[in-house]
Ligand binder design. Structure first.
Ligand code: AMP
Ligand code: MG
Length: 506
């Protein structure tokens, strides 16, 4: 452990860099050095992520921090490293991957009086690593802004995610389909370990390392697994079950809010059940269960409605990787099977809240499914439907007798939605007044990061105007609050939005 000298880093004394992942040894990573870029400049800073580290945006926006978070300067005490992992990509074993463009700076621990929480700090796009393969180790500005905004938007929605402290642009050329410029996102998480880390060591028959990695994760994040008496008291089976549970709950939240991840490869699955690696993701505009948000996903493997099954498939890959430690196939399967009970329970709970029900009700699943069928048939805007329904319930409770057609106006099938609203009203009748609307307003967001909103902010940022990034972030940080100054962010997407094509190119 090293104290960080305040004169060199702009940090007040007391913030410490450590790196517990590095203590695993060099079978798990390669030390590396980030590569400098010219003219770094702040594109966005998350005040809320900074608070996690006990920092204010002002304390963060110093030249020293700028240089540290873009990779131009190594913070004294940090030991940048890139970790090795493997994984299944689009259902196929892809072999060794690793942090091809990410540098783990270490864990930053704020002083006790700053009310922060230790976080790992990882730079994405900070240059070549030993795992860069054919890549350049860089990330472009557009995808970095998307990751930055979406990380913070997901947090605002209450969905587990890695966080984004900052996005920093640079006058550094990067070549994709056309010349672009580089940017670096500083991500925060308790750990960036993925399913693919475990698959890596299992695949290479490195069982002592596999055990070391599992013990590391269990000790730090799943300590209850050591003493659990379920699953024959097998700690590794309990670990698998706990990851299964967290993953199921995370995906249930994705489905409820209409989030499509786009690249659910096993190397993009967090062992902590966090949403990680924002690429061609999309929040649904018109509701289409078969929506494919990744232009490169020709088979539609990661279509919206397939996400729950894909997560289960990915958990099976993790189970396979942990089998040498669990040493019992039946226990492994038993741990994974919990997905089949936890996912439906989790999604029902999410839908209950969206409908304003304090708890899951009899007939609710049919009600929700029938509602979604109507949405799909008329390609109704998903977020606008739920928000309008929340207001409709509010008006129903407060202005009884006044006609409110805002929900039915979204549909071509007026008879269908009228019948559905009538059915829904019967459920609402025995819920105490005010409760349903209140719950719905806190569950159905006014603001989600629609593709076209991100696109507009990106276009402005390419011209060095970062105001739109900041405004969007501000709106998305509190997605359930009306914030009249940002009302336009809650509008229907423009016609050109459906033409936006987001591929894996980033
Ligand atoms: P992703 O599809 O972003 O999850 O990336 C899959 C793998 O490719 C990971 O190992 C990344 O680190 C690596 N990768 C993606 N883009 C680059 C790049 N520009 N340079 C080096 N490695 C990359
Ligand atoms: Mg990835």
């Amino acid at each position: 452990m090293h104290d960080t000298p305040s004169d060199r880093t702009g940090l007040a004394p007391g913030w410490r860099w450590t790196n517990s992942f590095a203590t695993l040894g060099t079978d798990f990573y390669s030390p590396m050095a980030t590569q400098a870029v010219a003219q770094p400049h702040w594109v966005g800073v998350s005040a809320s992520a900074a608070t996690l580290l006990g920092l204010t945006p002002e304390a963060l926006q110093t030249p020293d921090w700028l240089n540290i978070l873009v990779g131009n300067q190594t913070a004294p005490g940090s030991q940048p490293l890139s970790s090795v992992y493997s994984g299944h990509q689009f259902g196929v074993w892809a072999g060794q991957l690793g942090d091809g463009r990410a540098a783990l700076l270490g864990e930053l621990t704020p002083p006790p009086d700053h009310h922060g929480v230790a976080q790992e700090v990882q730079l994405k796009g900070s240059g070549l690593t030993p795992y860069s393969r054919m890549g350049d180790g860089r990330a472009v500005l557009r995808s970095s802004i998307r990751e930055f905004l979406c990380s913070e938007a997901m947090h605002g929605l209450g969905i587990p995610t890695t966080r984004a402290l900052s996005v920093i642009g640079a006058d550094h050329p990067v070549y994709r389909e056309q010349p672009e410029t580089a940017a670096v996102v500083a991500r925060l998480a308790p750990s960036f370990i993925r399913f693919g880390h475990f698959e890596h060591f299992c695949h290479h028959n490195l069982h002592p390392q596999l055990r070391q990695l599992a013990d590391y994760v269990i000790d730090r994040f799943y300590p209850a697994c050591h003493t659990a008496t379920t699953l024959n008291g097998n700690a590794y089976a309990n670990f698998l079950q706990a990851v299964t549970e967290r993953t199921a709950k995370m995906v249930a939240q994705w489905q409820a809010v209409g989030f499509c991840h786009g690249v659910m490869n096993t190397d993009n699955m967090s062992i902590l059940g966090l949403t990680i690696d924002y690429g061609p993701f999309q929040f649904l505009d018109a509701f289409d269960p078969g929506h494919i948000c990744n232009h490169s996903d020709n088979q539609g493997r990661y279509a919206f409605y397939k996400q729950p099954n894909v997560a289960y498939w990915n958990l099976y890959c993790l189970g396979q990787a942990l089998l040498p430690l669990i040493e019992d196939q039946d226990l492994t399967i038993a741990a994974l099977e919990t997905y089949k009970t936890i996912y439906p329970v989790a999604v029902d709970a999410c839908m209950a809240a969206k409908l304003g029900f304090p708890e899951v009700r009899q007939g609710q699943r049919e009600l929700a499914d029938d509602g979604l069928r109507l949405l799909a048939a008329d390609r109704v805007d998903y977020s606008i439907f739920w928000r309008r329904l929340s207001h409709w319930v509010h008006n129903r409770e407060n202005n009884a007798g006044t006609q409110d057609d805002s929900v039915r106006d979204l549909f071509l099938d007026r008879d269908g939605i009228d019948a559905w609203l009538l059915r829904y009203s019967e459920h609402l009748n025995d819920i105490p007044r005010g409760l349903a609307a209140n719950l719905m307003m806190k569950t159905n967001p006014q603001y989600v990061l629609r593709n076209h909103l991100g696109e507009l902010a990106i276009q402005a940022a390419k011209n060095k105007d970062f105001a739109a990034v900041a405004q969007l972030q501000q709106a998305l940080e509190r997605p359930f609050d009306e914030q009249p100054q940002f009302a336009s962010f809650a509008d229907f997407p423009p016609d050109w939005a459906s033409g936006i094509s987001i591929s894996c190119s980033s």
